[in-house]
Structure formats: C-alpha cells, structure tokens
Design a protein around this ligand. Structure first.
Ligand code: PEP
Length: 252
C-alpha cells in the first residue's frame, strides 16, 4: 500500500527567522497526527535550521529543487550531495521550474536519477497546462513527463509522484477529486508499464493545486490519491496542521 503523505512546499517564502518560527508553530500540532507522513520543504537557506528543529520528530524535510550534477562550476546551484545530509526528499520538475525557469523533461529526468543515486526521495511533479487539457492532451502530457522523468531508472527507490495541473496551482481553482483520481489511475498505468506492477501499486501519488484544509479530505478519499503537495496553505501553521489532520481523518 502506498503511504499517505502531506508535503508543504514553502516556495520562495520565509526568511530564516520566519522559517524557524513557522516550523516551531506547526511542530506540536503535526506531531500529534498519526498515520501519514508529514513533510515540509523550506527554501535552501533554511533547510539546515529547519532540519535541526525537527530532528527526532515525526516531521520530515525536503528541498524544492537541486542541480543534476554532483559538484562543479555551477554558480548558485545546489547538488544532491549537499542535500542528502540535510533532508530526505526533493521536489523535482515543479511546474514553476518547468515553466518559469525553462526546465525541460530530460533535465528533470537527470535530476531524478541524481537524487535517487544520492539516496534522496524525489517528489517528481507532473501536470498539464490549461490549453493542453482543453485540447484533450492532459494524459499524453503527463505520460511524456513521467517517461522522461523516469528514463534510465531501473529501481525507482523512494519515488513519489505529484500530479499538479498547472492551471490549479496557486489559483484557488483546484481540480475536482474525480479529475484527480482519473489522472492518478492513468499515472499508475504508466508506472506499471515503465516500472512494473509492484512499483505502480506502491508509489505514493499526491495531488497538488489549491489544496486547502476544506478540500483535502475529498482528494485523499479517492482510491489512487495518496496525499497532497500543498503550496499556499502550508505557509500558515494552523491551516497546515488542520489540513494534515483532515487528511489523516479521511484516510482512517
Ligand atoms: C505547489 O506549489 O506545489 C502548489 C500546489 O501550490 P498551491 O497549493 O498554492 O496551489
């Protein structure tokens, strides 16, 4: 069975002080929630401090991106080797990386391979743009991103896939749980073709895009939705704790 995961992507928000205050505020409430994995993904500069604050807790830490090479002349970049001592997860191929920073499918694939080699658990983000959905190409786009993201991988250790339709991210216009479920079962079919039935059945699939404390339960009640990748609603401690609590209740 795939594990249920609620992950917060803080994006380019919070100074070091704010990140520490945020994690201190959410820690007691998140600690009480059982039956799911709770993950926070702060900006790079706060990873070390947030990881220290969460040491020994049931709350885990992820990064939001990384470079595909281990080291070298890549000014301003951060590698898997730098992250692997600091956190367990790394978000890769987020739509903001793909569409604002021009990350192509094959680059995302190289990053996924690098993350797995370093023992990091990649949260591979896939999702179509509005025009692609309107043209009936949503499933084809997601399949292309998945194939490229997993190219060359024989043992997808720690893989998590987040389906995040671009039109739903930060817009307040979430997909319907039924649309999310339909895409998740497509993703499982593609995973089965690429990596076999066992991987397909055991990989956690997260929905992302305007998830909040009120709608999360409806998503995680869908059979193939194993949690959520949360942006805006992960930046307020009480809201994120309530969201995680509602997800845990809905799964039991
Ligand atoms: C995200 O950034 O991954 C995301 C889903 O954002 P939001 O929840 O704000 O739509």
């Amino acid at each position: 069975m795939p594990e249920t995961i609620i992950a917060g992507n803080w994006k380019m928000n919070t100074t070091l002080d704010e990140a520490q205050a945020l994690v201190r505020a959410m820690k007691p409430g998140l600690e009480e929630i059982k039956g799911l994995r709770k993950v926070v993904c702060p900006p790079f500069v706060s990873l070390s401090a947030v990881s220290s604050l969460l040491k020994g807790s049931t709350i885990e830490v992820g990064a939001q991106n990384m470079h595909s090479e281990k080291s070298g002349a890549f000014t301003g970049e951060v590698s898997s080797a730098m992250l692997s001592g600091l956190c367990k997860y790394v978000i890769l191929g987020h739509s903001e990386r793909r569409h604002i920073f021009g990350e192509a499918d094959d680059l995302v694939g190289r990053k996924v391979r690098a993350a797995m080699s370093a023992g990091l658990s990649p949260i591979l983000c896939v999702g179509e743009q509005l025009a692609e959905r309107e043209q009936g190409r949503a499933e084809a786009v997601v399949e292309r991103q998945l194939r490229a993201g997993l190219d060359g991988i024989t043992t997808p250790r720690g893989l998590i896939v987040a389906y995040e339709p671009v039109w739903a991210i930060g817009t307040g216009k979430a997909a319907t749980p039924q649309d999310a479920q339909q895409m998740m079962s497509h993703i499982r079919r593609v995973l089965a073709t690429l990596q076999g039935q066992a991987v397909a059945a055991n990989t956690s699939l997260l929905y992302g895009g305007s998830v909040n404390a009120d709608n999360v339960a409806a998503f995680v009640r869908e059979p193939d939705v194993n949690g959520a990748l949360v942006g805006g609603a992960s930046l307020k401690a009480d809201v994120f704790v309530q969201l995680a609590r509602n997800a845990a209740t809905a799964r039991t």
